[in-house]
Ligand binder design. Structure first.
Ligand code: C2E
Ligand code: MG
Ligand code: MG
Length: 284
């Protein structure tokens, strides 16, 4: 951290690190080079049932293995990717890579493999002509069943989209994929969106998960009631403490994701994690 802080590298965009420090670079050229140089990675974070048992899903999260700056998280480079349109080839690469890995785990881990693969997409990606066609082709090529794929789209993406994304989301639903409303609860048009689009799931924003602590009136509870009323699956994102997991479970949340269970992991490490999970006997 001190090294980054001391190193005053000039650049147009500030990088945000997990620890809150800001530093260096990122323009389209560097990002293009990262794509061409094969420096992007996909990490996977398990989604677990709060009642115990094996992971039900896994979320693909893009990373940039930077030769100088180490592993960069998406907040550092996705804004530049969106600005330059490079998010489209990046998103396609992430989907293909994630589908192939997912297909492998299904073969190697059988019933211990996660049942669903979650992939994030932005509005920009959804607006590409025949996005659903690309998804269909990728599923076919990797052998992943459409029902296994959950396309996550953030609330803010849907709200800022200049034209409604109704048609493309309907096409995705027609394929059989599921649609998840990500970062749910922080936008101002949440309710409108829930009625406008055919969601299967909501993912509780991390900032709301953080407030799920015993004894306090909780927005997490409100969101869950809403999800239930609309017959949507609910996942609480960003669970870091056992007391949050307990609280969310007692509220009735079926599933969660967070550092308490596992951080986003490279594919090889996730495979090890899955093997370890498979060795834990499941008690009902
Ligand atoms: P997201 O989809 O809401 O993903 C969850 C984020 O929360 C991830 O950040 C994950 O690492 C982080 N997280 C999970 N559990 C915890 C926890 O317990 N504590 C804390 N502090 N953080 C936790 P990440 O990987 O940095 O990704 C940030 C965002 O970038 C994602 O948020 C998603 O909106 C976007 N993103 C990531 N990969 C892709 C991609 O392939 N395509 C697109 N379009 N967007 C992506
Ligand atoms: Mg997500
Ligand atoms: Mg988020």
């Amino acid at each position: 951290i001190a090294m980054y802080a001391a190193k005053k590298v000039p650049g147009t965009v500030r990088l945000h690190y997990d620890c809150g420090m800001t530093a260096v670079l990122v323009d389209g050229g560097q990002l293009r080079a990262a794509i061409d140089g094969d420096h992007l990675r996909v990490h996977f974070q398990p989604i677990v049932p709060l009642g115990g048992g094996r992971p039900t899903g896994v979320e693909a999260l893009v990373r940039w293995q930077h030769p100088e700056h180490g592993l960069l998280t998406p907040d550092v480079f996705l804004p530049a990717a969106e600005r330059t349109g490079l998010i489209v080839p990046i998103g396609r690469w992430v989907l293909r890579t994630a589908c192939h890995r997912f297909a492998e785990w299904t073969l190697t881990h059988g019933t211990a493999a996660p049942a669903s693969l979650h992939v994030n997409v932005s509005a920009r990606e959804l607006r590409e002509p025949d996005f659903a066609g690309f998804v269909a082709a990728t599923l076919a090529e990797s052998g992943v069943a459409a029902e296994r794929l959950v396309v996550e789209i953030a609330e803010t993406e849907l709200m800022q989209a200049p034209a409604p994304l109704t048609a493309v989301l309907a096409d995705l639903k027609a394929l059989g994929t599921r649609i998840s409303l990500d970062d749910f609860g922080i936008g101002t048009a949440s309710l409108t969106l829930l009625h406008e689009y055919p969601f299967d799931e909501v993912k509780l924003d991390r900032s709301i998960t953080r407030t799920a602590v015993d004894g306090r009136p909780s927005m997490a509870a409100t969101v869950l009631q809403l999800a239930r009323a609309l017959d949507l699956h609910a996942v609480a994102v960003g669970v870091e403490q056992a007391r949050q997991a307990d609280r969310l479970w007692s509220l009735g949340y079926p599933a969660a994701q967070g550092y308490l269970f596992a951080r986003p992991l490279p594919a090889e490490e996730l495979a090890v994690w899955l093997t370890a999970c498979a060795q834990v006997p499941i008690t009902a």
